[in-house]
Design a binder for this molecule. Structure first.
Ligand code: NAD
Length: 493
């Protein structure tokens, strides 16, 4: 039995379809990555249940939900947010048990973001305006043009296992406030918080079919049944770039709208004029938060040569002082990876780096605790140096607690190396030179550049990436744009 327990209602984790919790004949285990114990049996949705969910969502969009105005829908979303807030501890327990993430970090970020996503998008949609243009043609005819927004319809939302409640609500909240109905497919690794969100929708009295959760895997399971369903109108997906390719192929049939938030191989650049201590602290956070399992983590760190040796030594000392332990231990910084399977992938990169010529500055192995954690999925935070820019470990996303540090000599050179990547999600730069910060930031080919910070977010700003990191932007009005269909009404005056 695990030291981490799910709320009782989740021991049999069921689907939520058309306003009902639905069990199925086929179940799979939800395994706690901290100690390898079974947390729950999860009921896998078959094709018939996915069909039911999509049909229920269609009825909801065509019914009162689709017809309601934003203020009415907002009332429901506020209620959902209030229920999550009231059940905060249950959400926290579920998120930590599923992910192995430090309790204090999940307490500060994840559950609040779930609540804020509902409140923020409810508020935004209530005050959102649309465009209006007055036009005069060459012959003197006067026109007025105004733009109306309508729901897209049934939105399929497929989310990953890292930061599960954050990613699920980040998509569901704007989709719903725009009048769509959603069918959510959380990751098979982390089904719990999505099911608790379904409980909140149920308690809030949101009409049946508006919010649905189906459980299962990707290919040959709920993920594929949903993304290939002919009666969905759009797919919003967060996950690996390779999965994005498979989903985009499915979306091509029927020309569905897609919004993709995919992988990253993000760079951090530390200039010699940076606040040294703040930069060391920043890189520790940006490389090792959530055991490196944040799409925004920096796996490529470039440090100006004059401070390189000192920086590597300081980062090594700081990293070795990080507490890797139980998620609920006092002062813990890093818990486990998400699963043994994912650990195999991360460890294969640890081996590959050595084959490719890396110097392992610290880490590179599995810690031994002498207790149940040895059945979990832990690795040590790891720093490499000495890899060439074309090494696979410098080009492929590891998605573990690892960074490579390379020296650089000039701004031009580092920009070229930072941009030489198949990914384009995020970057951070560390400098006290204001002109340099503004000069360099827009030249980096990514969706977000942080200056002297990392992971700070305002939900009104656009979020997303280019190249292999995604398609489109979500956040603030960018989300409202994606989740709505507009019609331009052109009137001769
Ligand atoms: P994943 O692609 O393996 O799985 C994501 C989801 O897709 C899961 O729910 C899975 O069941 C489903 N899925 C898998 N194959 C499918 C298929 N063929 N059809 C339909 N659904 C399918 O990703 P993951 O391992 O859960 O998450 C980690 C990845 O997510 C990393 O690459 C990370 O960078 C990325 N990520 C990106 C962002 C971002 O905002 N850009 C945020 C978080 C995570």
């Amino acid at each position: 039995m695990s030291r981490f327990q799910l709320p009782a209602s989740l021991r049999q984790t069921r689907n939520y379809v058309d306003g009902e919790f639905v069990a199925t004949a086929k179940t799979f285990h939800n395994i706690c990555p901290v100690d390898g114990a079974v947390l729950a049996d999860v009921h896998e949705a078959d094709k018939a249940l996915v069909d039911r969910a999509v049909a229920a969502a269609r009825r909801a969009v065509e019914g009162e939900w689709g017809q309601a105005d934003a203020a009415e829908r907002a009332r429901y979303l506020y209620r959902v947010a209030d229920i999550i807030e009231r059940r905060f501890e249950a959400f926290l327990a579920a998120e930590v048990a599923d992910t192995g993430r430090p309790l204090s970090q999940a307490r500060q970020l994840d559950i609040y973001r779930g609540i804020h996503n509902f409140r923020t998008f409810a508020d935004l949609a209530k005050v959102a305006n649309t465009d209006f243009f007055e036009t005069r043609l060459g012959d003197g005819t006067r026109l007025i043009n105004y733009v109306t927004r309508k729901p897209l319809g049934v939105v399929a939302s497929i989310s990953p296992w890292n930061l599960p409640i954050l990613s699920l609500t980040w998509k569901a909240a704007p989709a719903l406030i725009c009048g769509n109905a959603v069918v959510c497919k959380p990751s098979e690794e982390t089904p719990s918080s999505a099911t608790l969100v379904a409980e909140a929708f149920d308690e809030a009295g949101v009409p049946a079919g508006v919010f649905n959760v189906i459980h299962g895997f990707g290919p040959g399971s709920a993920g594929e049944f949903l993304s290939t369903h002919p009666d969905i109108d759009a797919i919003t997906f967060t996950g690996e770039s390779r999965t994005g390719t498979a989903i985009m192929k499915a979306a091509a049939e029927g020309v569905k709208e897609v919004s993709f938030e995919l992988g990253g191989k993000n760079a951090a650049v530390v200039f010699a004029d940076a606040d040294f201590e703040a930069a060391v602290e920043g890189i520790v956070r940006s490389s090792f938060t959530n055991a490196g399992q944040v799409c925004l983590c920096s796996e490529r760190v470039y440090v100006e040569r004059s401070i390189f040796d000192r920086f590597v030594a300081a980062l090594k000392a700081r990293t070795e002082a990080l507490k890797v332990s139980w998620p609920d231990d006092e002062g813990v910084f890093m818990g486990s990876l998400i699963s043994r399977e994912h650990r195999e992938k991360v460890l294969s990169y640890f081996d590959l780096a050595v084959q490719e010529g890396a110097t392992v500055v610290t880490g590179g192995t599995v810690p031994v605790f002498g207790d149940e954690r040895d059945n979990g999925a832990y690795v040590l935070p790891t720093i490499w140096t000495g890899l060439p820019d074309d090494a696979r470990c410098m080009r492929e996303e590891v998605f573990g607690p690892v960074c490579h540090i390379a020296p650089f000599d000039s701004e031009e050179e580092v920009l070229r190396r930072v941009n030489d990547s198949a990914y384009g999600l995020a970057a951070s730069i560390w400098t006290t030179n204001l002109s340099r910060a503004h000069r360099v930031s827009p030249k980096i080919h990514v969706g977000i550049v942080w200056v002297n910070t990392w992971f700070s977010r305002d939900l009104r700003t656009p979020f997303g990436g280019g190249k292999l990191s995604g398609i489109g932007r979500e956040g603030g009005r960018y989300s409202l744009d994606f989740y709505s269909e507009t019609t331009n009404v052109c009137v001769k005056v």
